[in-house]
Design a protein around this ligand. Structure first.
Ligand code: DP6
Length: 361
């Protein structure tokens, strides 16, 4: 597929008004996307577990306009107008307009809400952009009823990527890979792909407890972090590592080899943060409690041989990953040892999910 394949067929219908709703989950990368080229082309391939509980629900209503010369929309977040989110959505809509040219024909009302607490430090851009992209595709489906289902989801992922790179991995379920890789058939820089290889049963329903270490605004945004990979002294090695890790994951995911899974996933998380600490200017997003949690996870794993590991996104929160069969034990460990390092003792239990769903309203 090339960019041209995402230009639409001539629209057959133009309803006067309507509304659609989608719920899209967040995702947690095992091999991290860090570094990009214009426009939203990843410098390296990545793969993530799609989550389930942490999700954004977006409703998009549309009404035909008299004049169709510009993009216009109102934005509501959790029931209230949210003007400070508008510039990001405006940029996104301008970027995708070429691919969904009905945009200027309608005035839109976007109503969005997250299942996770506001400013929990959980990135809502992935689930938010994915939900909005699916809504746009749903409108396109009404204008072009012949639109095929595979293309519908691929294009939703394509559009979501243009909003936020990792959002392209929040459309489909379980494990989603993004970024061209010679050994992964049909892999693409343009959209996420349901992982095409065999995956061991242990990884279905894998648990992710998100330990909310720091809920405030991040000191450096992901966008700036990606930029700092340009001219970074270790960038080339880091990108190669991500390619190699995807190769190494194939037998690990197939055989359910948790020991090697843990090594690879933790190495990815720490390499990501090492890139931040070695960029110019350098920065650090981990907090003292992030490190305390990591130490406790290592100690607990050593003592109990429980296959729990951590990963980190571009922030201080820790994602604790473990098989569902270990849930009771790990929940006790979290309560006894880890919750004290979370802001207000807060954490969120989540698990690997099946991807975005349409909400019938
Ligand atoms: C560390 O997708 O948030 O979470 O494309 O600029 O919106 P933009 O960046 P974003 O970057 C996410 C980076 C990451 C790793 C990952 O999810 O792969």
């Amino acid at each position: 597929m090339t960019e041209k394949d995402f230009l639409p067929n001539p629209y057959q219908e133009f309803p006067d008004k309507g509304g659609v709703s989608w719920k899209a989950p967040s995702n947690i990368a095992l091999v991290k996307y860090w570094g990009k080229k214009p426009v939203q082309i990843p410098a390296n391939p990545s793969i993530s577990f799609t989550l389930d509980n942490c999700a954004t629900t977006t409703s998009l209503s549309f009404a035909k306009k008299e004049k169709s010369d510009s993009i216009s929309f109102d934005l509501m977040f959790e029931g209230r107008p949210k003007d400070d989110f508008k510039p990001k959505i405006q940029t996104f809509l301008e970027r995708v307009e070429r691919y969904v040219p009905f945009l200027k024909a309608y005035h839109f009302t976007i109503e969005t809400s997250n299942s996770f607490p506001h400013s929990s430090g959980i990135a809502s851009s992935a689930s938010g952009m994915a939900a909005l992209s699916l809504c746009l595709m749903d409108v396109e489906k009404q204008l072009d009823p012949d639109l095929d289902e595979t293309l519908f989801y691929q294009k939703a992922s394509y559009l979501a990527r243009l909003g936020s790179g990792s959002a392209c991995r929040s459309i489909k379920g379980h494990l989603v890979q993004w970024g061209q890789h010679a050994n992964i058939p049909n892999s693409s820089d343009l959209y996420g792909l349901e992982y095409p290889f065999e995956v061991h049963a242990d990884f279905k329903g894998y648990c992710d407890t998100i330990l909310l270490v720091h809920k405030g605004q991040k000191q450096v945004s992901s966008t700036v972090g990606h930029q700092l990979m340009h001219g970074h002294p270790y960038a080339a090695n880091r990108f190669q590592q991500a390619f190699d890790h995807l190769d190494q994951l194939k037998p690990i995911l197939k055989n359910g080899d948790l020991e090697d899974f843990i090594k690879l996933v933790e190495s990815e998380a720490l390499t990501l943060h090492a890139m931040m600490m070695t960029s110019m200017p350098c920065f650090m997003l981990m907090k003292p409690d992030t490190l305390e949690i990591i130490q406790k996870i290592w100690q607990y794993r050593e003592e109990t041989k429980t296959p729990v590991c951590f990963t980190l996104d571009a922030g201080a929160n820790v994602h604790l990953l473990y098989p569902s069969s270990e849930k009771d034990k790990v929940c006790a460990f979290i309560e006894d040892e880890l919750a004290q390092h979370c802001e207000n003792g807060q954490y969120i239990h989540d698990y690997v999910g099946a991807g975005a769903v349409k909400i019938n309203g």
